[in-house]
Design a protein around this ligand. Structure first.
Ligand SMILES: *Cc1c(COP(=O)(O)O)cnc(C)c1O
Length: 319
C-alpha cells in the first residue's frame, strides 16, 4: 500500500485544481435548521463540474502525469461519476481516456462520459471483475490506471471540498459525508482534522451495503456482495485500503441510510433547497435527518456529493 496522503497533499491539490474545479456554494436553509434543530451547512458538489465532487480527485491525479503517461493516456473503471470526472479531466489536459463501465450504468452517465470524448469498454457488473479488466488493459496498452478511490492523489483532491467548506463557514461540531469506497470521506477527514480538529466526522453508507461500518467495527476490510440500493455511486463491495487506513484513524463513526430515507432527503433538497441531488448524494443528509434530536444547537456540515440522475428516474423516485 502506498503512503496515505496528508493534509499537505490536500493543500497541494487545492493549488492544482484552482481555476479548473468550481468553488461550489455552501447553502443553508432556516427551514432545515428548524427541522433538524441545528445549523446545517450544505457543501453543494452537485454544482461541481460534471456534477459531482469526483472532478476534484480525478483532475488532481491526472495533472500529476508525466509526458509519457499523458501520451499513453489514462484508464479507469467506474459506474459513473468517476468515469465522467476522468473523461473531462483527460480532455482538459489533452490526453486519451479509456473507461471500463458496467453494462447497467445509468444512461445519462454513459452518454456524458462518451460526450467528453472517452473510449468506453463495457463489462458485466455481476460476473466480471472490473479491477482485473482495468489492470489487464492498462498493462496491455501502457495506460495509467487511476482507480475511483484507492489512490493518494484522488483522496487528496476529494479533501479540497471539505477544506473549502470549513474555510468558508468556520469550525464545525460534526461533519457528515457520503460513503462508497471512502475517497471522499478520507479526504474530508484529512481536511477536518487540520482545520476543525474537534469536529466529529461521520461517514454514511447505504443500509443495503454496510461494509464500511462492519470494517470500522472489526478493524479489518470487510468485503460484501454488490449491494442492492438506489445509491448507485455507493454500490461498492469494500472500502479502499488507503481510505480505510485514514478512516480507522480519523473517522468517529459510520451510519447507514435506507433507500426510503434517501428519497425523503431528495424530496427536501428539491422542495426546500431547490436543488437536484442524486440518491447517493442524499446519504449524508439522510443521516442528519434521522439523528436530528441528537444534534441540537450544533454546527453541522453536510457534503452533498453529486447531482447526476436521469430525469425520468428522478421524477419516478419523487412521484
Ligand atoms: C463516488 C460517489 C460517492 C462515494 O464516494 P467514495 O469516494 O467512493 O466514497 C458519493 N456520492 C457520489 C455522488 C459519488 O459519485
Amino acid at each position: 500500500m502506498p503512503t496515505p496522503p496528508t493534509y499537505a497533499d490536500v493543500q497541494a491539490a487545492a493549488e492544482r485544481i484552482r481555476g479548473q474545479a468550481h468553488r461550489t456554494p455552501v447553502l443553508t436553509s432556516r427551514r432545515v435548521d428548524g427541522e433538524v434543530g441545528a445549523s446545517v451547512f450544505f457543501k453543494c458538489e452537485n454544482f461541481q463540474r460534471m456534477g459531482a465532487f469526483k472532478f476534484r480527485g480525478a483532475f488532481n491525479a491526472l495533472s500529476r502525469f508525466d509526458e509519457a503517461q499523458r501520451r499513453a493516456g489514462v484508464i479507469t473503471y467506474s459506474s459513473g461519476n468517476h468515469a465522467q470526472a476522468v473523461a473531462l479531466s483527460a480532455r482538459i489536459l489533452g490526453m486519451p481516456a479509456t473507461i471500463v463501465m458496467p453494462h447497467d450504468a445509468p444512461a445519462s452517465k454513459v452518454a456524458a462520459t462518451r460526450g467528453y470524448g472517452a473510449s468506453i469498454v463495457v463489462y458485466d457488473r455481476y460476473t466480471e471483475d472490473r479491477e482485473e479488466l482495468g489492470r489487464a488493459l492498462a498493462a496491455e496498452h501502457g495506460m495509467t490506471l487511476v482507480p475511483p478511490y484507492d489512490h493518494p492523489d484522488v483522496i487528496a483532491g476529494q479533501g479540497t471540498a471539505t477544506k473549502e467548506l470549513i474555510e468558508e463557514v468556520g469550525e464545525l461540531d460534526a461533519l457528515f459525508v457520503c460513503l462508497g469506497g471512502g475517497g471522499l470521506l478520507s479526504g474530508a477527514a484529512l481536511a477536518t482534522r487540520a482545520l476543525s480538529p474537534s469536529c466529529r466526522i461521520y461517514g454514511v453508507e447505504p443500509e443495503a451495503g454496510d461494509d464500511g461500518l462492519q470494517s470500522l467495527r472489526t478493524g479489518s476490510l470487510v468485503h460484501i456482495a454488490t449491494p442492492d440500493t438506489i445509491a448507485d455511486g455507493a454500490q461498492t463491495q469494500h472500502l479502499g485500503e488507503l481510505p480505510f487506513a485514514i478512516i480507522r484513524r480519523d473517522v468517529d463513526d459510520i451510519f447507514t441510510a435506507s433507500d426510503d430515507e434517501l428519497v425523503a432527503a431528495m424530496r427536501v433538497f428539491a422542495a426546500t433547497l431547490k436543488i437536484v441531488v442524486e440518491p447517493t448524494g442524499c446519504l449524508a443528509f439522510a443521516a442528519v435527518r434521522r439523528l436530528a434530536g441528537e444534534l441540537s444547537g450544533q454546527r453541522v456540515g453536510v457534503i452533498v456529493s453529486g447531482g447526476n440522475i436521469d430525469l425520468p428516474r428522478y421524477a419516478s423516485l419523487l412521484a
